[in-house]
Ligand binder design. Structure first.
Ligand code: PLP
Length: 403
């Protein structure tokens, strides 16, 4: 410290002393949480170059920050993409992706059973801004093609495994159809995760995910990511800058920690989900069970070629809304809440929780029955889960509520 500096007031010295960042030559084992809102440049010209992305570096943490970059790069690498961008939520990622692809007068063809907020984003936000949105059944490829041919379409939107109906989309065919009609295929891979499915490998243009779910895996962070071609991700980044969607450094840190054990967790989630699906499909009072790993799943052949494992999500139809509620209320292990993709098992009634934005007609049109229960299988001991689900089904039956 120079003599001049020593003579400054306490406040000035305290601020200088407490913001002197250590220079670290060695690589830390974990990506550090760069909890800083700004980064300093050498001079005005240097700042202008950095903030204009003329050379790599950091300026203001809403534009880019190193922990967010590490998360985005990891997500892109695991999806085999040129580039990625990390967001403060899955919806932030989907919002910025769609805003980078459509403008007033453009058209989106979306598969019909998508996450409730995604549907609300398309219907409440994008339609109001002049974007046309139509919904189709992803299983009916002829209907998808008819819609794509009906008018110029910018985006075909699909979920790898649909929320909440567990329909497995034929991404390779959807990509062919989209490209034949000049549209980009955007895939929400949240229910699968990068370990279970790689949508870009089979022709999708963009992959989005809620990292709140399987990737982070512990219900302790909300985050999202998008990956695709470099030039497209620059457009997404520009939307993110102007709308303020970037992930926080701490959230990115948690996502990076989760990502390191994703493969181990997904193998166990998949094994437990298969055991539960097998038990539930034979249980009295159950109308049907949808799980991609069951040979009887309507898209079993697509799941076989597209998914590494069945994943942790299954859906079970009971006879009515009351039966679904009684089943969930009688479970002892899963808490009553609405999320998925965690070490904790969750059972959700989509019509009253995740898809509450849809009217009864829209639920029917999206193929979501009133008695549906969506189960995200956690890492608890599977025998405990099997017993808990059997007991809850029995209690729902005794209440006279099952088929
Ligand atoms: C399939 C799917 N996509 C996107 C989202 C949105 O993710 P987030 O809650 O991180 O915004 C969800 C949330 O449940 C989801 O299920």
């Amino acid at each position: 410290m120079s003599v001049d500096e020593q003579q400054r007031g306490f406040g000035t010295r305290a601020i200088k002393a407490a913001t002197r960042t250590p220079k670290v030559e060695q690589h830390p084992a974990a990506v550090p949480i760069y909890q800083s809102a700004t980064f300093h440049a050498e001079d005005v010209d240097d700042y202008a170059e950095l903030v204009g992305f003329e050379r790599p570096g950091y300026t203001y943490a809403r534009l880019q920050n190193p922990t967010a970059d590490a998360m985005a790069d990891a997500f892109a690498e695991l999806h085999g993409a040129e580039a990625g961008f990390a967001f403060g939520s899955g919806m932030g990622a989907i919002h910025a992706t769609l805003l980078a692809l459509v403008r007033a007068g453009d058209r989106i063809v979306s598969t019909r059973a998508v996450y409730g907020s995604t549907r609300a984003l398309m219907e409440r936000v994008l339609r109001t801004l002049g974007v046309e949105v139509v919904f189709v059944d992803p299983v009916d490829l002829a209907a998808v093609e008819r819609e794509l041919a009906a008018a110029p379409t910018a985006v075909l939107y699909a979920e790898t495994i649909s929320n909440p109906t567990i329909v497995v989309a034929d991404l390779a065919r959807l990509a062919e159809l989209a490209h034949a009609h000049g549209a980009s295929l955007v895939v929400d891979n949240t229910f699968a995760s990068p370990y279970i499915c790689q949508p870009l490998d089979v022709g999708a243009d963009v992959v989005v995910e809620s990292a709140t779910k399987w990737i982070s895996g512990h219900s302790d962070v909300v985050a999202g990511a998008v990956a695709g071609r470099g030039e497209f991700i620059e457009r997404v980044r520009d939307v993110a800058i102007d709308t303020g969607g970037i992930v926080s450094p701490f959230a990115a840190f948690l996502v990076l920690r989760g990502l390191q054990t994703l493969h181990v967790r997904m193998d166990r989630h998949s094994a437990s989900a298969l055991a539960l699906a097998r038990q539930l499909e034979r249980a009295p009072g159950v109308v049907s069970v949808a799980y991609p790993g069951l040979p009887g799943h309507p898209q079993a052949e697509i799941a076989q070629r597209e998914l590494r494992r069945g994943g942790g999500m299954l859906a079970m139809e009971l006879s009515s809304r009351a039966a679904a509620a009684a089943f969930i209320d009688n479970l002892r292990i899963p808490p009553v809440t609405a999320t998925l993709g965690s070490v904790v098992t969750y059972a959700v009634h989509p019509p009253s929780a995740t898809h509450r934005q849809l009217s009864d007609e829209q639920l029917a049109e999206a193929g979501i029955p009133q008695g549906l229960v969506r189960i995200s299988v956690g890492l608890e001991d599977v025998d405990d889960l099997l017993a808990d689900m059997a007991g809850a089904l029995m209690a729902a039956m005794e209440a006279g509520l099952s088929a």
